[in-house]
Design a protein around this ligand. Structure first.
Ligand code: SF4
Length: 263
């Protein structure tokens, strides 16, 4: 089957994760662009990112907790569109929960760091570059200039903490951002900080040249496969409990006979 839709012009770290988890998910989400209903978790993630993005657009001295709380109201306007409200079946009780959890995350964040002391090189930084012939593009949550002059990639996480034996996938997206950062800005980042803002904990790792090169190479190999599957007109399904668990295309796949594990 030839696709009617064009191949996307670039590959983002999150779309790469989709492809690596299951190529069929990439087909449905990035090529066919089938609708993926908003979930409560995705809406909460967007709320929190909205608040922190706007907080860091303020002058350093203005980044207070009161100002952060003040961004909840405009976040409602921006994020809770009629379509999202419908997807979430949003009623007053669920809205109150969403706001209470966002407020709790703001409190938790301010216990982790003092944003009035942070020198940020940019927030929601759009980085796009060709790496080894692969058009990479991503939006980085925040890039900090630390006191010693080095750069730190900061990624906000609103979900659960990884367990203590977190695997290399935990840092995979951020390490690809390190490749993007170096190729776009001409400067290497030294550290990656994943901020699990709902839990008040960060995990950090120094940026390793070897790992960053490996991430860029993996992206190049994936892009070559994406092009091949696109020409073939078929992206294989690779169902697994972890890949399918939060996938929006479970019913579609089951209807096509893919053995999706039960929830
Ligand atoms: S439900 Fe599972 S097999 Fe189907 S697209 Fe999603 S991840 Fe792939």
């Amino acid at each position: 089957m030839a696709f009617k839709q064009p191949l996307p012009q670039s590959l983002s770290p999150s779309r790469l994760s989709d492809f690596q988890a299951c190529p069929r998910r990439y087909q449905h989400g990035s090529i066919e662009r089938l609708p993926q209903p908003a979930s409560y978790a995705s809406a909460k993630g967007r709320f929190v990112h909205y608040v922190f993005e706007h907080l860091f657009l303020l002058d350093k001295s203005d980044r207070t907790i009161e100002r952060a709380r003040g961004f909840i109201e405009p976040a409602k306007e921006e994020i809770l569109t009629p379509e999202v409200r419908l997807d979430l079946s949003l009623d007053e009780a669920l809205l109150a929960t969403l706001i209470a959890e966002t407020r709790a995350i703001i409190e938790s964040y301010f216990a982790m760091e003092d944003p009035t002391t942070i020198d940020s090189e940019g927030v929601e930084l759009r980085l796009g570059v060709d790496v080894n012939g692969t058009p990479l593009f991503g939006i980085l949550d925040r890039l900090d200039r630390d006191a010693d002059g080095t750069l730190t990639i900061v990624d906000y996480k609103t979900g659960s903490l990884p367990n203590r034996n977190y695997d290399s996938q935990t840092f995979a997206n951020a390490e690809l951002y390190a490749a993007l950062c170096e190729a776009t800005l001409g400067e290497k980042a030294s550290n990656i900080r994943l901020m699990y803002v709902a839990h008040g904990e960060s995990i950090e790792r120094p940026v390793s040249d070897v790992v960053v090169r490996a991430r860029a190479t993996a992206a190049t190999h994936a892009w070559a496969k994406i092009n091949r599957y696109y020409q073939d007109g078929d992206f294989p399904a690779t169902p697994s409990r972890s890949a399918c668990r939060f996938c929006a295309f479970q019913d579609l796949c089951r209807g096509e006979g893919v053995p999706v594990p039960s929830r």
